[in-house]
Design a binder for this molecule. Sequence first.
Ligand code: GUN
Ligand code: ZN
Length: 448
Amino acid sequence: MGQTPASTGGTVAIRGALLDCVADPFYEPEAQAMRYIPDGLLVVREGHIAHLGNYEEVAPGLGEIPMADYRGRLITPGFIDTHIHYPQTGMMAAYGEQLLEWLNRYVFPTEGKFADSAYAYRVASLFLDELLKSGTTTALVFAAVFPQSVDAFFEAADRRNLRMISGKVMMDRNAPDYLSDTAQSSYDDSKALIEKWHGRGRLLYAVTPRFAGTSSEAQLKLAAKLLDEFPDVYLHTHLSENVNEVAWIQEMFPQYQGYLDVYDQTGLVRERSLFAHGVQLTDAEFQRLSEAKAAISFCPTSNLFLGSGLFRIEQAKNPAHPVKVGLGTDVGAGTSFSMLQTTNEAYKVAQLRGQKLSAFKALFLATLGGARALCLEDKLGSFDPGKEADFVVLDPQATPLLALRNEAGIPDSLEDLADLLFSLVIMGGDRAVTATYIMGEQAYGNAL
Ligand code: GUN
Ligand code: ZN
């Protein structure tokens, strides 16, 4: 017993309480959407999930294979952070401004440092370690405008065998000269980066215009050309975050019918497009996103920190025109790397709008919902056999306070589990993470 020996390459088994989503609890009864095995065994072969079931039923057939024993812990799929900026790691908690002033005063000078490859690699390494410590195994990540900032990030991610998505920021106006590209250079540099990195190991590329405020129409159209030329890369940008931003975009693009329409008319609203925030979206814009099968990243800690507003999750999840939604930390506007802190704030945003975000819905957003938003549900987000074995081991008694709250330990019923999981959704944070596994190998955590 004990932690899984590193690089066995073969078959390993993990014992613990297994919980994942097999459907969307926003649309299906929770009892049907959740799969819960209180004393479960997860069998991993060559980095992929081979099998899962009750320990008593599965174990006898396995023979002598390495096993990690996490009885008393809850094992879920790894968390998926659908929007985060690695160059902003060192500038979290920048005081006193809302979006546009915050960008000019804090973000741009910070991102200027990422012209230096060695510095970029150092921050990327720390950033990835923070994600793993928080139980996050996949993220959609803004790099900086410099191609070498993307190289540094992907090199650091590749060393850790992580499924990560990133891209070079495209930004040809309203930014300092030292951070500006041109429409053509952003196209050329992005294309070279796609050819170098997209599909290498577990890495994927996202075409990344920062937002309509810092891109000319020509740049947005060239971003769309890249999506035409490389149909399986992503589009990653910001949308309708802040009231002043929305008004500014309307002034800048008077010929368009609103913020989303700028992206739509330039060819950027597609199935593999992910838009961060969407706090100020109109009902018609939600409908258009649904029609296009595009996704939104809900970033509650950021939206509260920058005073941007309260995301209308019930409108996004409206069954009449459902939009794919994942959760994002949006570090450095976000205030934590932890998806469990992010669910905590998501719950409160829902409360402020008279809505309830259940523990299972929160878990869905942080796992399978994120995988669906990133069109990766064939590979990630649940324990379905064949998927990549990225998962997190959570300790419901990680602190004295949680131990008191969850004195009874791992429950048998889904109802009791909802209560235990809710304590982690609200109080969890990174302290609740015992271990994080990547492709079946322990990437974070102490030996048992
Ligand atoms: N809009 C444009 N750039 C940014 C950014 O870096 N962070 C956030 N939160 N919003 C943005
Ligand atoms: Zn952002």
